[in-house]
Design a protein around this ligand. Sequence first.
Ligand SMILES: Cc1cc2nc3c(=O)[nH]c(=O)nc-3n(C[C@H](O)[C@H](O)[C@H](O)COP(=O)(O)OP(=O)(O)OC[C@H]3O[C@@H](n4cnc5c(N)ncnc54)[C@H](O)[C@@H]3O)c2cc1C
Length: 429
Amino acid sequence: MAYDTSTRIAIIGGGCWGLSTAYHLERAGYFDITVFDQSSELPSSQSAANDLDKISRAQYADEFYTDLGLEAIAEWKKGDWAPYFHQTGHLILLSGSGTNAQGMFECAASYARANPSPIPHAVELNGPEEIRQYCWQLTGNLTDFRGYLNRSEGYTRSADAVKGISAKLAKRGVRFVLGPSKGRVQNLVYAGDGQRCTGVRTHDGTTHSFELVVCALGAYGATLVPKLGQFCMARCWPVAHVQLTAEECAVLQGLPVVGAIDLGIFFEPDPETRLLRITALGAGYCSDLPGTKLARTALPPLASGDAGQDKALSGYYIPAADEARMRRLLDQTLPWLAGRPFVRKQMCWSSDTVDSELCIDFVPNTDRSLVVLSGNSGHELKMMSILGKWVRELLESGRQKHARWAWRNGKPVHLNKLYLNGDWSGGVS
Ligand SMILES: Cc1cc2nc3c(=O)[nH]c(=O)nc-3n(C[C@H](O)[C@H](O)[C@H](O)COP(=O)(O)OP(=O)(O)OC[C@H]3O[C@@H](n4cnc5c(N)ncnc54)[C@H](O)[C@@H]3O)c2cc1C
């Protein structure tokens, strides 16, 4: 099936992939686009993008992603995207105790070597005093810390981007069908013995017909496309916040993203809420233990779709070991915050693949009527500014030209096993 700008398109999921797809298709002239989301307002509480900040970086072990990261950052500086990007710099640190994050640190090191002076995007910083020359706010001991400051990177105000871009799209004629009844898709509708996807059925019982359906459900992909569970799993990481006073918030303005890759990450605080967002780094968690059925690890445990219920169940808890690492990070960097209670704690879910690569492809044997966007591996908010272009290219060429992003055939893989040895630093993300 060939597509043109009049194709009736459904995008399920108003998170960062769904919206980026709608954005780039609308800009390219497609005028019949409907976005479904189970939440009554965007960002959804189920969206990994429902967060204050996400890192925008280009430092990857793989040049393919470095180039895409640079392209995405360049796009974030333009037009509709610009209000959400903050080029504060990105300080990548390794603490004295960091061993299993060595792979990621090497990635920062090689980026610094490849981008030397006279345009010093990345500066090597050895020890506390050198770090403080650039980040004076880090008054902690920084015992045995070393790192790189990359000044071309920074962060994106994630929830604000979802809110702002969805509002712009609505003004430009993209339809939004939202809410746990009208907007939550219960199942996909097929014709011809499942050979062609012809639409979606929402929870209120309505069937909507479309020529093309794009599933961008984040961690929930396997609810509507169960075969995704053969190579994607849902994984989560803890997110928490520290409440600051107006003065404290002002002191920390201009701070680069601080990512001690064996401990955690925190960001320049948000002046409006005065919240400093912090997360612990590591292999993350999945919804079941090794040895149990694949299908269970494909999804978060709380896939009820009732946003209110899921929020109540998933909020206010993060594992103690992660909380301890976040406290150690604050103690070493901003010690005056180390004892302060964490607020707005939550586990944030996204979808991952065995090789950390994305999946942007037609589902096999659906006559190119169904596309899935998945496997975003905890690192795709930064690509929101450009990734809809890749979906457009897929539709217009009829095939995924990057083998690494193609639908994975073959034997199902139990992803849990990959992370059991505790070394999580080797993948793309
Ligand atoms: C803890 C954590 C930290 C991260 N940090 C970074 C970072 O620093 N930098 C970075 O670039 N990326 C980061 N990411 C990754 C980034 O958040 C994700 O790659 C991105 O949000 C994925 O977008 P998505 O559109 O696929 O999914 P989501 O943003 O999760 O959106 C999925 C949408 O689908 C909707 N939905 C689900 N089921 C249905 C249904 N049946 N019917 C209708 N709607 C439905 C949901 O309501 C939701 O709105 C992080 C992720 C996590 C978990």
